[in-house]
Design a protein around this ligand. Structure first.
Ligand SMILES: C[S@@+](CC[C@H](N)C(=O)[O-])C[C@H]1O[C@@H](n2cnc3c(N)ncnc32)[C@H](O)[C@@H]1O
Length: 336
């Protein structure tokens, strides 16, 4: 994983031989039931279809599930093959039923999907949970198609166990630049604040998210995992739907984003991942998070709109643009 030739400014996180040796003993494997204390804060190496049965009942306050979508894709050499829609549904139902038994009566669950699998996820989720919403987020990056629309969005189904659930709307408001700053007749700003970094408004978050950028090579959170979610996206889910100290489960942990963001935001976590190398990446990211709890795009408790960075002291707020082809971030308009 660490052997590829990389550009000098490439910040992709890789594992050295000494990382592998140091982190391997920390992985948890299970062949029987475990209590909350036995799995809290751990990365479990294994197949969630088997591992879930060993986890404690009614223990998890939030679940973030980002399973392989129903498309043929290689995860570190292990190929997840596209199957018939009814087989994918059968598989979803089996592990989601096991997940449900592990959730508290007030828990929430977010299930990731893309257009092809979204309706299958909705149908299974409706049978098991209270479906509250479907978030659609723009990936921005996507492979162009000559005879179809470029696939550049994904869905996340938001469901709860009951009508009694956590939703901290204040913690997930979006800080957006005000282009037409209206004022009251007496000159006071209407619904926005003027500041040294420019004019901004904090808006209620909708179910359409266009403020994200998928991790790419010049971002320190980037790994070689092929479908890594942005930390900023997971931060929104965790902040909205859990309280500090609550326990979060991710049955398809991948490179560890859910555990890492949970740790950065003071939540407890358990992650399950079938690929050992990804488990180790998750552990490495958790190690780094202890020294650097920052989340790109989330600063001082505020989510900044895409391409809008927090102010640089003495320079105001730069407007930056991500060029999705070269994957470089550059400054467009220095303001302030
Ligand atoms: C879509 S990715 C998750 C990416 C993750 N959200 C991240 O930010 O890195 C799905 C992951 O599930 C893992 N996986 C597939 N089948 C699994 C299973 N049965 N049990 C546990 N993990 C599995 C794959 O190896 C892959 O890393």
């Amino acid at each position: 994983m660490g052997d590829k030739a990389r550009a000098p400014r490439n910040r992709t996180l890789t594992l050295s031989a000494s990382d592998v040796a140091r982190l391997s003993p920390g992985l948890l494997t299970l062949d029987g039931p475990v209590g909350t204390a036995g799995c809290d804060g751990r990365t479990i190496h294994g197949d969630c279809s088997a591992i879930l049965d060993y986890l404690p009942h009614r223990a998890f306050d939030l679940v973030i599930a980002d399973p392989p979508y129903n498309m043929t894709k290689s995860f570190n050499g292990t190929v997840f093959n596209r199957v018939a829609a009814q087989d994918y549904e059968h598989w979803l139902r089996a592990w989601l039923t096991a997940v449900r038994e592990r959730m508290t009566a007030t828990a929430s669950i977010y299930i990731c999907s893309e257009w092809r699998t979204s309706s299958i996820v909705q149908s299974v989720a409706q049978d098991l949970f209270n479906v509250r919403n479907r978030i659609t987020w723009e990936r921005e990056k996507g492979r162009g198609a000559n005879a179809n629309w470029k696939n550049a969005s994904e869905d996340i189904w938001f469901c709860t166990m009951s009508d009694d659930y956590v939703f901290n709307v204040e913690s997930v408001k979006l800080k957006r630049r005000v282009l037409a700053p209206y004022r009251h007749q007496d000159g006071r700003p209407k619904d926005w604040q003027a500041g040294p970094e420019g004019d901004f408004r904090e808006t209620h978050p909708s179910n359409l998210w266009t403020d994200l950028t998928v991790p790419f090579w010049s971002m320190p959170e980037n790994t070689d995992h092929p479908t890594q979610k942005p930390e900023k996206l997971i931060a929104k889910l965790i902040l909205a739907s859990s309280r500090p100290g609550q326990l979060i489960l991710d049955p398809f942990l991948g490179s560890g984003t859910t555990s890492v963001v949970a740790a950065k935001l003071g939540r407890r976590f358990v992650g399950i991942e079938i690929e050992r190398e990804y488990c180790l990446l998750a552990e490495r990211r958790l190690e780094l998070a202890k020294h650097d709890p920052t989340i790109q795009g989330y600063v001082d408790g505020v989510f900044w709109d895409r391409n809008t960075l927090p102010p640089v002291p003495g320079r105001g707020s730069p407007v930056v643009q991500v060029d999705v082809d070269s994957q470089q971030m550059f400054e467009l308009v220095p303001t302030g």
